[in-house]
Design a binder for this molecule. Structure first.
Ligand code: ADP
Ligand code: ZN
Ligand code: ZN
Length: 737
């Protein structure tokens, strides 16, 4: 008897195995390859899954198996290597394969919709538009602002660009088309011509830049990892551009990953200025349709460059020749929920598989990457100076012990701000806490506004007139009276950006301040609008949170002040020192580009703290060296490997029962050197109504840790106590909270 064919299918469900289905009758096996999408019955409904393997064997008896309903693709949208990469990632991060593959697809394809390759419209100024003065549109401010946008952009703007800029651009653009000022065209659907990729000539490089470019150039077509270390303004982007050029000339495509969406527009602009090729964007602010077009255009080789955030890493790419990760130290490259992958680490695996180089760029490389340089796994490319004539900023600590402080600003700092503003230069103030104040306390009885669902205080937001928990999002109206004693005055304690903004408005009455934090930049395009105003010189003081630490360039800023550097010095997470040092150097990098040297002031009550002193006197590299020595002494990563098991439940007893059952399993499987730390309460023991526990696994040998985890995870997924809790495993955690 002929055995029936079995399709082993990965389904997007949180279950650690493949599902068996009967192959459709009369199927031509030569025509169907792993990776194709299938529609299968699942429970009472249907699901879209992915074919992984064709077999004649099933653990279930074949009369129990259901047939596949439909085969959705003629050809797999993933290459065999791309599928293997996803399988590797699923295995390494211990996340179900179906969910991993599904996450790599755009939403519509994930849901089983048919392929529809459309190209996007893009718009440019007509000849008339190029010579027309924008004053002719004075009577329609909307059209005028759209027209300004076109005149200030060097090249075309696509649907995607315009939607990212403003939600309601279409009517104005249509008017401008009618007036003959703008024209629309469809993007090319042919791959770019390798002979005509350059739009503007490259800069002439300094010797270090040239050496960096040559080193990468010489490894094109081979696997190699480069760490491009250079402060802001040292010319890293120019190095990227020239390496990209070489890859495009070989007829290959390039993937560039950045940690933040907000960094894409400025890079995109530079790419468009330099290259006459199609550029695809991929990040979460795009519509599903836009993401799908970008995805397919890379898959088919129509776009030459993809610029995106971490999830863009899984885009199928026909002829990938180079991967660049800018700001490689940034922990945003690690996904912190669901499928907890590191885009940096998988990028390296992908490059190894494809035999192509990877370039990791940063002014403040991660300790892991520096360690890998030391171990000669990565090759260091160093740009020690700012490109052109720019000078490096001067860092200094400002001791504020026993000094008079007004809303976080010492008198000495206020004087420095006045001095800078008097020269018509800009000031940037950094405070990593949004809202008005982090605590609302009763002056009479000491009552504090706490979140009812978290171990956390409610943060005061005066602008939005509410109290808000930054951990679970819970909101409540501002209180007029203390709910405990019904008499005492309620006082905001501590400092947030809203509060400093109010103080600045008082102190610098005739100056313009903008506040950049997650609250003030909610609206689409609002951050870009602020950045435009700042760069046009309409702003005197820029106040913001970590948003400012990431990549944005403020050429006219000559004074940077970090208002509360001490706040980062006392964390229980061993990653904290590294993150703080990176933040300080990154924020400093915003100051004094071009010919104006900058000054960076850090207000502190810990002027002798070794981290701060080393960083200021000897620089980031010395800090990194001593931090690595400390990690080594404590056998912490990168000298060991970790995985964090997080367990949460509404009922505090459930995690306890879970860990009790787990301890037997651990004993059985932990035959190697894996250290087991915990279970302990998470640093925030309760969040969004759930009690949170964690257990850390650590081993000096990665392989051994993973063998142990492989066995353990399978057992956990069968455990009945595991069904009563939410649990997750975080491999190589970057955050122990
Ligand atoms: P980074 O990416 O390290 O911040 P960029 O590549 O953006 O540095 O360079 C900073 C500035 O210096 C940019 O304005 C860039 O045009 C300029 N620049 C870079 N390389 C050179 C060079 N070789 N000669 C002159 N200017 C340069
Ligand atoms: Zn009270
Ligand atoms: Zn909360």
């Amino acid at each position: 008897m002929v055995k029936p064919l079995i399709f082993k299918v990965a389904l997007p469900v949180p279950i650690y195995r493949l599902f068996d289905y009967l192959a459709p009758e009369g199927i031509n096996l030569d025509m169907i390859k792993p990776g194709v999408r299938l529609e299968v019955p699942f429970g009472k409904g249907k699901k879209t899954g992915f074919l992984i393997e064709i077999s004649t064997h099933s653990d279930l008896s074949t009369d129990k198996l259901k047939p596949v309903l439909r085969i959705l693709d003629d050809k797999s949208l993933l290459s065999a290597k791309e599928l293997r990469l996803l399988q590797w990632a699923s295995h390494y991060y211990h996340h179900p394969l179906g969910e991993v593959i599904s996450a790599a697809f755009p939403t519509a394809l994930r849901q089983g919709k048919a392929l529809a390759v459309k190209s996007e419209k893009r718009y440019t100024l007509t000849e008339l538009g190029q010579t027309t003065d924008n004053h002719t549109l004075k009577r329609s401010p909307k059209q005028q602002s759209v027209f300004d946008k076109f005149q200030s952009s060097t090249h075309y703007l696509s649907d995607t660009d315009l939607s990212a800029w403003n939600n309601n651009w279409r009517p104005a653009v249509n008017e401008l088309i009618t007036k003959g000022l703008i024209k629309a065209e469809l993007t090319e659907t042919k791959p770019s011509n390798p002979k005509a990729i350059i739009r503007n000539t490259p800069l002439i490089c300094n010797p270090q830049q040239q050496q960096a470019i040559d080193s990468v150039y010489n490894t094109l077509g081979q696997f190699s990892v480069f760490l491009l270390e250079g402060v802001t303004g040292s010319g890293k982007t120019e190095v990227y551009l020239q390496i990209i050029q070489a890859v495009l000339e070989r007829g290959q495509q390039v993937l560039i990953l950045v940690p933040e969406i907000t960094l894409t527009p400025q890079l995109e602009e530079r790419f468009k200025q330099r290259f006459a090729v199609n550029i695809a964007l991929s990040h979460s602010k795009l519509t599903d349709k836009q993401r799908q077009i970008a995805w397919l255009q890379m898959q088919q080789g129509v776009c030459s460059i993809m610029l995106g955030t971490r999830s863009a890493l899984f885009t199928p790419i026909k002829k990938l020749g180079l991967i660049i990760l800018d700001e490689e130290h940034d922990t945003s490259f690690k996904q912190q929920e669901g499928f907890r992958f590191s885009a940096r680490d998988i990028a390296i695996v992908r490059a190894k598989q494809l035999l192509i180089p990877v370039v990791l760029g940063s002014a403040t490389p991660s300790l892991e990457s520096l360690y890998n340089v030391e171990k000669q796994r990565y090759q260091l490319l160093h740009l020690p100076e700012r490109a052109g004539s720019a000078l490096a900023p001067v860092l200094q600590l400002m001791d504020i012990r026993n000094k008079r402080i007004q809303e976080g600003l010492s008198e000495a700092l206020i004087a420095e701000i006045h001095k800078t503003l008097a020269k018509q230069e800009q000031v940037l103030l950094f405070l990593n806490r949004r809202g008005f104040a982090p605590t609302l306390i009763c002056h009479s009885c000491g009552w504090v506004a706490r979140c009812q669902r978290c171990d956390a205080n409610m943060v005061i937001h005066f602008d939005a007139a509410h109290l808000k928990c930054h951990h679970c999002g819970q909101e409540q109206a501002l209180l007029k009276q203390c709910p405990a004693c019904k008499a005492g005055e309620l006082i905001p304690l501590g400092l947030g950006t809203e509060r400093v903004e109010k103080a600045l408005a008082e102190l610098f009455k005739d100056k313009v301040t903008v506040r950049l934090d997650r609250d003030s930049t909610q609206g689409k395009g609002s951050l870009e609008n602020y950045l435009e105003q700042i760069n046009a010189g309409h702003v005197d003081i820029i106040l913001g949170t970590q948003m400012l630490a990431k990549g944005h360039h403020f050429p006219n800023v000559t004074l940077v002040a970090i208002l509360d550097v001490d706040n980062g010095l006392f964390s229980i997470d061993f990653h904290a020192a590294e993150k703080l040092a990176q933040m300080i150097v990154q924020v400093s990098g915003r100051a004094g580009r071009a010919e104006k040297p900058g000054k960076v002031i850090m207000q502190t009550r810990q002027p002798d703290h070794p981290l701060l002193v080393t960083l200021i006197q000897e620089g980031y590299r010395s800090f990194a060296k001593s931090a690595l020595q400390e990690r080594k002494a404590a056998a912490l990563p990168p000298f060991s490997y970790q995985a964090l098991l997080r367990v949460q439940a509404v009922d505090i007893k459930m995690p306890q029962l879970f860990f009790k059952a787990l301890s037997t399993l651990i004993e059985k499987h932990n035959t190697g050197q894996t250290q087991v730390l915990g279970p302990i309460f998470a640093p925030m023991a309760r969040r969004a109504g759930l009690y949170r526990y964690q257990m850390l696994f650590q081993n000096p040998r990665r392989q051994e840790l993973h063998v142990f985890l492989d066995e353990l995870i399978i057992e956990i997924s069968k455990l009945k106590q595991a069904k009563k809790v939410r649990w997750s495993l975080d491999v190589d955690p970057v955050d122990l909270y």
